[in-house]
Design a protein around this ligand. Sequence first.
Ligand code: FNR
Length: 186
Amino acid sequence: MSSLDIVGLCGSLRADSVNRMALNLAASLMPDGMRMEAVEWREIPPFDGDVLAKGLPPAVLALRERIRRADGVLIATPEYNFSIPGVFKNVLDWVSRGEDQPFANKPVAILSASPGPVGGARVQYDLRRVMLFMNAMVLAKPEVFIGGAGAKFDAAGQCTDETTRKFVGDQMRAFDKWVSAVKRMS
Ligand code: FNR
């Protein structure tokens, strides 16, 4: 049986984030041997080239190191104005700096949730573009867009929608195979 360590990143800082609920749902549906640790990034400062010139801040170094150690990264992010939330893009910008940036050849899976009908579909394509620049190995399919998310999770953050559970479970099984396949290639 495989033993895969996955870093979970939520693109939202909100305590009641539906994307954090989706991330936790995905973790609960991972196949045996795959486990996710949700990693917080609130301490990462706004990107500033003058700060970078003095060295990567400790919170950035810690996140880079955690990603480097992981077998894969799972991202659940909201869509803000059809794109990546600025605070989360800021995190990706910091992590991308330096020659040994940790997303290179790293298996990544993406999902998104929104109260709106499209489930954050548009942010995923912007995020895929950013990940492409960083040479990440992003799982192509199945895609997961959780629309109408407010009605699909209860007050405790548990998913009450069987269809959503099936889509997310299918994605996690595909991610498990993808992470193992990328590891075999490298
Ligand atoms: C939004 N929201 C939103 N939703 C969407 O489907 N497409 C969009 O383009 C936007 N744009 C947007 C911009 C900003 C600045 C905010 C604050 C919100 C709504 C968004 O999906 C909703 O607030 C989610 O609940 C945010 O995700 P979390 O924090 O619940 O994970």
